[in-house]
Design a protein around this ligand. Structure first.
Ligand SMILES: Cc1ncc(COP(=O)(O)O)c(C=O)c1O
Length: 426
């Protein structure tokens, strides 16, 4: 199935929606009370299975590679966790990197490429999270390279391929661009970027931040000719405390910090945390379970892909409802005084991360009004370092970011629409 064939998405059945919600902690309410959690871009609602593995696995002190059977069990969590990370990336090739955060992963990858590859400039998108932008800026300065910045398109909230064609040349060391933007939800056409960049410089290094895209859609590294990608399990229904990277075979052997007894393509440093690896497996178990509600297969990647497609479709249907409303409730596009920024009409090019503004109040006041009404959203605004460059690239000084995920329901979208209409009238 191709999710792009369904421009308005497909909702889960009510029964499946309930089963999905039952897999997550604190969906309707947390210990402080009921609320609709639309702040998943900051850190996603968490699978019960992930919370449980933290306790179950980490309660054991046993190191992997000891003589007691508990050690073998800890080891098997780690081994299965690595297999499942490959399942998520959709390739058996390359090396996996796990650090404490996605930012650490990104800085290390950019640093290794910048140190080893000759050239005169590095290209990065203006929309990057500081992990992607500051790493390129820092190493460009350190190695005397020109920093070139892909500009955004305010109509879509993303980067056009023509920007890649404008800035990449034969002297470009690397191109770094995020898959989807953590403030606008725009999905960049990374396959087209790769084609365009490699037409100009066939051996260019290409790095993709998939932190925000990964929880909403499939990535397929077997069919995407890039050198590095990262994501964050805590934005993908899992535990905080790790960031995950993938590097291509040629990138893996660039000089990098490593323990010398391991192979040259090993990036892992120090002890592994088996409970974190068990949590990667719990994420894949869950998405594969969701896929198995739609197709039959013994292949874990196939089930995972189907599950991610269904997640994309449900979220797209929720996004469509938020924008267009229902017979009873006006959607955001129709509420006077509300503006959907970067409102690309093609929903297949968007993850459900929605930037909005109000005519009658600043974004922080609007977020406070949403919270009073039991809807948790967040403002992204200048001068905050994590937002300024991005919102200003659209000529804005801030937006309210609305970021549900697939376990959110149509009822919660309606609650959000009612709150939006009320706030617009204050
Ligand atoms: C697009 C994007 N990239 C990278 C990161 C950094 O992730 P971490 O906090 O794990 O370093 C974030 C975090 O919000 C993000 O949204």
């Amino acid at each position: 199935m191709n999710p792009n064939d369904y421009p308005q998405g497909i909702l889960f059945s009510p029964e499946l929606q309930q089963q999905v919600r039952d897999h997550f902690c604190n969906v309707d309410a947390d210990s402080y009370g009921p609320r609709a959690f639309f702040e998943n871009s900051g850190g996603a609602l968490r699978l019960k299975a992930c919370a449980e593995t933290a306790m179950k696995v980490d309660a054991h002190p046993d190191c992997p590679n000891r003589h007691q059977k508990q050690a073998d069990i800890q080891n098997s969590y780690v081994e299965q966790g690595y297999r499942d990370i490959h399942t998520i990336f959709g390739t058996e090739k390359g090396s996996i990197i796990t650090y404490l955060s996605a930012s650490q992963v990104m800085f290390n990858i950019i640093g290794a490429i910048a140190a080893a590859i000759p050239g005169k400039n590095m290209v990065v998108s203006v929309l990057e999270h500081p992990s992607g932008f500051d790493s390129v800026e820092y190493y460009a300065e350190r190695y005397g390279l020109e920093l070139r910045v892909l500009q955004s398109n305010p109509a879509t909230g993303g980067i056009d391929v023509s920007e890649v064609e404008r800035l990449v040349d034969k002297d470009t060391v690397l191109l770094s661009c995020m898959y989807s933007c953590n403030i606008t939800g725009a999905v960049n056409d990374i396959p087209a970027f790769v084609k365009a960049a490699r037409r100009i410089k066939p051996d260019i290094y290409i790095v993709v931040d998939a932190v925000q895209h990964m929880p909403h859609s499939v990535v397929d590294l077997e069919n995407l000719d890039i050198d590095a990608m990262d994501f964050a399990p805590y934005k993908f229904f899992g535990l905080r405390g790790s960031g995950i990277g993938w590097v291509s075979e040629r990138c893996a052997v660039l000089p990098h910090n490593r323990i010398l007894c391991y192979s040259k393509d090993t990036w892992e440093l120090g002890s592994t945390a088996p409970h974190l690896f068990a949590n990667y497996t719990a994420i894949v178990d869950y998405v594969a379970w969701l896929g198995s509600q739609f197709i039959q297969s013994d292949n874990r990647r196939e089930l995972f892909v189907e599950g991610m497609h269904r997640i994309s479709l449900h979220e797209r249907a929720l996004l469509h409802r938020a924008l267009e409303g229902t017979d009873e409730l006006p959607g955001l596009r129709k509420i006077e005084g509300v503006h959907v920024q970067c409102d690309n009409p093609d929903l297949t090019q968007r993850d459900f991360i929605l930037p909005i503004t109000f005519d009658n109040m600043d974004v922080t006041s609007a977020v406070e009004e949403y919270v009073k009404r039991g809807v948790y959203v967040f403002e992204r605004k200048a001068p905050n370092h994590y937002s300024k460059r991005i919102v200003e690239s659209f000529g804005l000084d801030g937006v309210i970011r609305v970021s549900p995920i697939h376990c959110n329901s149509t009822e919660e979208i309606d609650q959000f629409l009612r709150a939006s209409a009320e706030i617009a009238k204050l």
